[in-house]
Design a protein around this ligand. Sequence first.
Ligand code: UD1
Length: 417
Amino acid sequence: MPIYSIRPSLALRGEAQINTSKNAVLPIMAAALLCHTPVTLHRVPQLTDVDSMARVLEACGAAVTRDGRDMTIRADSLHSPADADIMHRLRASILVLGPLCARLGEAQVPMPGGCAIGQRPVDIHLRGMKALGAETAQENHLAMARGKLRGGGLYLDFPSVGATENLIMAAVLAEGVTRIENAAKEPEITDLCDFLTGCGARILGAGTGTLVIDGVRRLQGMDFTPIPDRIEAGTLACAAAMTEGSVLLTGGRTDHLRALLFKLREAGVIVQQDARGLCLRGRARRGVDVRTLSYPGFPTDLQAPMMTVCCRAKGRSVFLETIFENRFMHAAALCRMGADIRTEGRMAVVEGGGPLYGCPVEATDLRAGAALMLAGMIAQGETTLLDEHGHIDRGYERLDEKLRQLGADIEKKPGSI
Ligand code: UD1
């Protein structure tokens, strides 16, 4: 149960290196279950969600070994996972459904957990599996799919990231051609397709709304390095945008961050890209309106850090959260710190520019936790951020340390209350 003690930071300066993406690594780990020979992933971030996913794969019969930042996954003898507790630790555990059904002809997977930012059903996953010829059911907290998978035409009611990933993984070993329409276009989907293609899969259209997958009999493992984490980069960019500093983010992909960078520029931040990386100077001065959307729209995972930026900027910002129905939990904590935010359903109106005051606050979910850490950096006095469930460590590798290297005054105490 970490507790962070945060004091104001006037200006962030220096360089931070961006890690490999959590949201790319997790589905690729699940995809390793499709391979008949070992998969080795490089630059794997040290995150508790990655540890939990490794345990999920082990619960499915795979062997997972780590050597520093390399992870090797061998999926020789697989079975459905029985340990509901480990499956409940993260949302991405549902991603073993497609691979297990593809390899074993049936899968029973305890319902996933993850951040409580909405209902997060799995209906799109199951409807897609059904369109691929599986019998599906959801009962007793289990998601089930059974039967030989055959290519088919699928239309997703919403371009769900997880459902697109699950269905790609189911379709690569299905007999015949699958066409997934209204597929998610996130960079992590393209990365998964790049990995699977390297293993021998036939996938066209990655990064577009229509994927065409021609099933193959077997996939071979390979060595692979997933893409950099656009959400970590975006969170650090938001931190830089709150203080009068100059921060260089190296190793990230700015082409994956365009929506955020447009908004930061609109708010008055100087954003430059050169051969070394992404440089942010100055701070956000004007409020901006933000509507979260599927990629390439503004990412819902950066909505909370961006709201903290808008508390600092002068004027009104209107946030519309269109992806998750309960993703303004950080707003209440920001208000406790003195922010002027009114929320109404999926809309939040921020009147920015007033002072924030340090006080005890709690991380209610992963990105909300990051947003509050950032808020502590611009608040007067001391902010105590309690992360009872270790949300921040699930998705950011030593975020406090990275911010500290840039000049933030943050102390992490293992603590218990
Ligand atoms: C992934 C990301 C998460 C990000 C989200 C949206 C990972 C591990 N997590 O989560 O960080 O915030 O994408 O960019 O990659 N939905 C349904 N039925 C379904 C599936 C989803 O109604 O079967 C709804 C969800 O409740 C939510 C919306 O679709 O409202 C988006 O969810 P989805 O894109 O599936 O997000 P995740 O894959 O869970």
